[in-house]
Design a protein. Structure first.
Lengths: 190, 449
């Protein structure tokens, strides 16, 4: 687990400490216990944990309000502890937000499993998103490079290999990415 | 923004299409009461057709300062051009809004609608060939919210208990505000931390006055919503903390005629046209009577004191930042005057209408302003100020309301309906304040006497 910091939000300090103990005993790091929703939002924004574990009832706003803000802004995953009715409501309204709801009272095993699963799936999603972005980026680079190469071949009479080599060399000499160099060439030669 | 919105002239059909395409579930029909509070009726998208046909009704008697019970049915006419989808991330359903005009059941505009007051004044200007451009500089504070959700006056900058992280919460919140405002079509010109701890300013590009007034209302909503999503409370109260700067809303004003800036004259003194000078003179003549509109709260007058970059004296200057009106250095299309007394608690529709009417009065009567004052007025004594003919703004809300009451021009601008109700409500506010015992009195007197 590379990023396993957790923040807990519970109106009642005793409950918060209990959960914290369970998590710490199992190798997680709890970076904060908050007694209100607003405090939880501020802490999550500042400390950027992997997960917020929040009670549905908080003194200033509902845990679901907090969860919508945290998950809606993609700050971290959220696990909500709620009763049956609240759970039904959250599940009907949460749509595709990254919010998991657990029934209270929650037993130790279920809590730990859910925490582990949530953190892991978030890590996996982040990895996939990164790969997707890289791929998009590569594809764009290739498109720009091909276009620039074409222009160099057509207007400067270079062979394909020479054109590619020139792009590569300029990128290396200037420390600017191939994509940017290609864009500059397209802009100036067009 | 002007460019964007000029292209974005939406028709009712466009609105219907956008609601469908973007899967909007709720539409907020917004209007502003006479005290500058944003009101809204929320409808589901199924009722959009009815709303666009101006058939949405509400009970006007429930809105402060609107009407009596027996004349309570009011109709909302949404302005399709103001259609915007809220960019909040933390919502289950997509919500859009349209800003509305308020109409009587007989189909005439409701005279208690502040947007109508501004439209009416803009029409008067248009009859003379002028259009008003306005650009506000809104300041506000970001405060912490306590454990039970009640806003405090503790700012994030000096809230020791939360000094955990390296990033300033307020900076992050402000960045999000700018991003979401841009998503709603605002062109952000500057955003920065202001003089006081926890104080911020975001400036957006000037545009025609009606749109600017709409924008100010939207701006406040966005700022408050984003602050909430950061566990903070945004306040536009003019002077929340004694001893540090208050929050103002300096307003940049210019008139255009035939698409050209009517304030600019390369041959004029300071490159200002006669029109600009008359406008300045008009504002200076009427400023005392319009202060109750631009600075509407008991608290507003605690900002207008010497020492905190807020104006106190009625004067104008090109360099000095202490007077009421400053002429920024930009010239050409950027020539404008900056009115420095308004604060963000004002009703922007009424305040801009007053600023325009006062200026137009100056132009119509060909008024000339007194000489500009380049020295720091705060360093002058009463005698020197008398030599320069420098008068001062009203000291408190009571004086401001009395000045307003005397003004025929303001009665004309606001119309009898708003004029009377506004004065009545502000006198009540003042009397409530006057008859309460304040913390300061207890601290000063309780043990001494």
């Amino acid at each position: 687990m590379s990023r396993s910091e957790i923040i807990i939000a519970a109106g009642n300090a005793e409950a918060g400490n209990k959960i914290r103990q369970v998590l710490i005993d199992n190798g997680y790091t709890v970076t904060g216990i908050c007694s209100s929703g607003n405090e939880a939002i501020r802490k999550v924004r500042t400390l950027k944990p992997a997960l917020l574990l929040a009670n549905f009832e908080l003194p200033d706003m509902t845990g679901f309000e907090v969860a919508k803000i945290i998950a809606g802004n993609d700050l971290c995953s959220v696990i909500l502890l709620a009763d049956d009715t609240q759970k039904g409501y959250v599940e009907s309204r949460a749509r595709d937000l990254d919010i998991v709801c657990l029934n209270r009272p929650v037993n130790r095993a279920l809590l730990l499993n859910s925490v582990e699963l949530t953190i892991r799936s978030r890590m996996r999603i982040e990895k996939l998103e990164k790969e997707l972005n890289d791929m998009k980026n590569n594809l764009e680079t290739r498109k720009e490079v091909d276009k620039a190469k074409g222009l160099l071949m057509e207007k400067s009479g270079l062979s394909e290999q020479e054109a590619y080599r020139r792009l590569q060399k300029q990128s290396m000499d200037t420390g600017i990415s191939m994509k940017e160099v290609a864009k500059i060439i397209i802009d100036t030669m067009k | 923004m002007r460019g964007v919105l000029e292209m974005a002239k939406y028709t009712s059909e466009d609105v219907k299409r956008m609601v469908m395409e973007q899967d909007v579930k709720f539409i907020r029909l917004q209007f502003t009461d006479i005290f500058g509070t944003l009101k809204n009726v929320s409808i589901t998208s199924d009722l959009l057709e009815k709303a666009l046909n101006n058939q949405c009704m509400f009970d006007g008697s429930s809105i402060e300062g609107f009407v009596r019970v027996e004349e309570s049915d009011m109709f909302l006419r949404p302005d399709p051009n103001t259609f915007a989808v809220y960019p909040w991330r933390a919502q289950s359903d997509r919500v859009a809004r349209m800003i509305c005009d308020v109409y009587n059941p007989d189909g005439t505009p409701f005279s208690g609608d502040p947007r109508y007051v501004l439209k009416k004044t803009l029409k008067e200007a248009a009859d003379l060939g002028y259009a008003l451009n306005a650009g506000p500089e809104c300041e506000f504070f970001l405060f912490q919210v306590d454990g039970s959700g009640v806003p405090t006056t503790v700012t994030h900058d000096n809230a020791g208990y939360f000094d955990l992280g390296p990033v300033d919460l307020g900076e992050n919140a402000r960045r999000d505000m700018c991003l979401l405002l841009e998503e709603m079509g605002f062109e952000i010109e500057a955003s920065h931390h202001e003089g006081a701890p926890g104080q911020h300013e975001i400036d957006f590009k000037y545009t025609d006055a009606l749109e600017t007034a709409d924008n100010i209302m939207t701006f406040k909503l966005v700022v408050k919503t984003v602050a909430h999503q950061h566990g903070l409370h945004a306040s536009f109260m003019p002077k929340p903390i004694a001893g540090i700067n208050g929050s103002g809303m300096h307003t940049n004003l210019s008139l255009s005629k035939d698409g050209k800036n009517a304030f600019y004259d390369p041959a004029g003194e300071l490159a200002l046209s006669e029109t600009a000078y008359s406008y300045i003179a008009g504002i200076m003549k009427h400023i005392k009577s319009m202060t109750a509109l631009t600075n509407p709260l008991v608290n507003s007058y605690k900002r207008l004191v010497p020492g905190y970059e807020a104006p106190v004296y009625i004067a104008w200057s090109t360099k000095n930042r202490s007077p009421l009106i400053r002429i920024p250095a930009a010239s050409g299309a950027g020539t404008r005057i900056e009115l420095r007394n308004p604060d963000p608690s004002c009703n922007p529709y009424l305040a801009l209408a007053a600023m325009l009417a006062a200026g137009l009065d100056g132009i119509k009567n060909n008024l000339k302003p007194v000489k500009s004052v380049e020295a720091n007025i705060y360093n002058m004594d009463a005698q020197e100020r008398a030599v320069h003919e420098i008068d001062s703004l009203p000291d408190n809300l009571y004086e401001a309301v009395r000045e307003l009451k005397k003004s025929e021009l303001m009665r004309n601008v606001l119309g009898d309906h708003i004029f009377d109700r506004y004065i009545e409500a502000k006198m009540l506010e003042w009397n409530d304040y006057r008859t309460k015992v304040h913390k300061w009195e207890i601290e000063q007197y309780l043990t001494r006497y």
